[in-house]
Write a protein that binds this ligand. Structure first.
Ligand code: SF4
Length: 507
């Protein structure tokens, strides 16, 4: 269990806390054993996990963008990006996602409220603190938000602007939390540190000291997904408090009063769950994730135990098993012989593979964007990779790659799956060019719970209907890679033999 230190404004990065890696090649069983979480490691404790090194990386995502898509998505709050304007390039994408999320949850649809201090060359020389002050004052005059988040950037990290002092000054002056979020892209090799930094700031300055308990309230840490937890947990007479995206400042503040915290995915929720438990005494569900029948059963029983609803849970589980059995059987019949491939964040991928295997879909390969050898609780019940391997078998090709399209290409060439499930859908067109239909999982809750099996099964049947179209497409389009690289089938070949890169260049 990592000690959550709320005395400092900057979160400890994921690689420091959890030993996170972004590059690895092997099978799932080996990775699970090497992680040393619930399995005994052959090479030491979790943080000793060996990571591959490649000769280059293609552009990816950074922590600052994760702050943008979390702190920037809190209703009634404003995020200031203390950064050059280029760091705001993804605002258009996140604005679309935010608006769709608000609509799907029945909230008033609005645009993101994110401002930028728009740092320029002169600010790099003379400092950007004065611009930050002016931006905070502008934001306050324009909308009187209930909280202001200030996200840093590589540029402010380099020049060393004292963002903490400005945030402190304006917290006192405006009477609202002004929360510094240290998310310079270069601070961490994986973007998920940005999740942790947002949650760290919220734990420090927004969550209130509890004066009462709401015994039927469940914190659900998620992104923008549709409301599937609410109806499911209503069967146990529980209410849901969705955080962080699209929550109000008050909904964040009341997290300390909840009976229990759960997450749609441990990658996202590990820090906040542990922080709420350590700092405010809110227990987290020490259980597998709610994917597939096996995981959902265990997850519901754990929530029922913590909230003293054991008398309700077994009936609900029994009813749900009976309800979905014929539909799952039919889906298994239709999906027989189908091969799938997963490319998402790590704990989410573990859950999706479990659902696919319960549906009878073959999954021999996946590319996950990073790997946390352990989660913040240190509790082995949350070891999602071991849960997958122990209950559903090995995944032969389990590549960890920080969203590198060149490796994604070789992995797909090797496996030639019938379809892929992908979360960061910028990679989906590459699959289509190879004749493989993709389901970009815009609604991350699609595979959750008992309904998740049916939803995901039907989605796969839908995308399989596009296979012929993608195959036709692939005959008429090209991709940007050389024939030499396109003929490779080992995504990690350049890490193993960096000298080969010149073979590709000479071609
Ligand atoms: S914070 Fe750094 S890595 Fe992230 S977008 Fe800005 S310059 Fe790029």
């Amino acid at each position: 269990m990592a000690k959550i230190n709320l005395d400092t404004t900057a979160v400890e990065s994921r690689e420091q806390r959890l030993g996170t890696i972004v590059y690895w090649d092997g099978n799932a069983q080996e990775l699970s054993e090497a992680s040393g979480y619930s399995k005994k490691s052959k090479c030491g404790k979790g943080c000793d996990l060996c990571e591959m090194k490649g000769p280059f990386t293609q552009p990816s995502v950074c922590s600052e963008q994760m702050v943008e898509c979390q702190a920037g998505n809190v209703r009634e709050a404003v995020l200031i990006q203390h950064a050059p304007i280029g760091c705001s390039a993804s605002q258009t994408l996140y604005n679309t996602i935010y608006r769709i999320g608000l609509a799907s949850r029945g909230h008033k649809v609005e645009n993101l409220k994110i401002s930028s201090t728009n740092l320029t060359e002169g600010d790099m020389v003379f400092g950007g603190v004065q611009k930050l002050r002016l931006t905070i004052e502008d934001v306050w005059d324009q909308s009187h938000p209930q909280a202001i988040f200030v996200g840093t950037s590589c540029a402010t990290g380099i020049i060393g602007d004292d963002v903490d002092s400005v945030a402190e000054e304006y917290t006192a002056k405006l009477g609202i939390p002004v929360v510094p979020l240290h998310c310079e892209g270069f601070r961490s090799k994986h973007w998920s540190t940005g999740f942790d930094q947002t949650q760290h700031g919220i734990l420090r300055q927004i969550v209130r000291k509890p004066t009462k308990k709401q015994e039927d309230l469940v914190n659900v840490i998620n992104l923008w997904g549709s409301d599937v937890f609410g109806p499911m947990l209503a069967n146990l007479n529980l209410r849901v408090n969705y955080v962080v995206d699209m929550a109000t400042v008050e909904e964040l503040a009341q997290m300390s009063e909840a009976a229990v915290t759960v997450a749609f995915c441990n990658t996202l929720g590990t820090y906040l769950s542990e922080g709420l438990e350590q700092a405010f005494g809110v227990p987290q569900a020490r259980a597998p994730q709610p994917y597939g029948v096996l995981g959902t059963d265990a997850w519901l029983r754990e929530i029922a135990k913590i909230t003293h609803r054991e008398h309700l849970v077994e009936d609900f589980i029994k009813r749900e098993h009976e309800r979905i059995a014929p539909q799952v059987e039919e889906l298994r019949r239709k999906l027989k012989g189908t091969q799938g491939f997963i490319s998402t964040g790590s704990a989410y991928a573990h859950g999706l593979i479990e659902v696919l295997r319960e549906l009878g879909v073959t999954v021999n390969g996946s590319v996950v964007f990073h790997h946390d050898p352990i989660y913040d609780s240190g509790d082995t019940s949350q070891d999602t990779l071991a849960h997958l391997v122990d209950n559903y078998g090995n995944v032969d090709d389990f590549v960890v790659s920080i969203r590198q399209p060149f490796q994604f290409l070789t992995a797909l060439q090797k496996h030639k799956p019938d379809f892929i499930l992908i979360r960061h859908n910028g990679l989906a067109p590459l699959a289509a060019r190879l004749g493989i239909p993709a389901a970009p999982l815009g609604d991350e809750h699609i595979a959750i719970g008992y309904n998740g099996l049916i939803n995901l099964g039907n989605l796969i049947l839908e995308i399989l209907e596009r296979k012929r179209f993608c195959q036709d497409l692939s005959k008429h389009v090209t991709h940007q890679y050389t024939d030499w690289w396109a003929a490779q089938t080992d995504p990690a070949i350049l890490a193993k033999h960096p000298e080969l890169i010149w073979e590709g260049v000479d071609q």
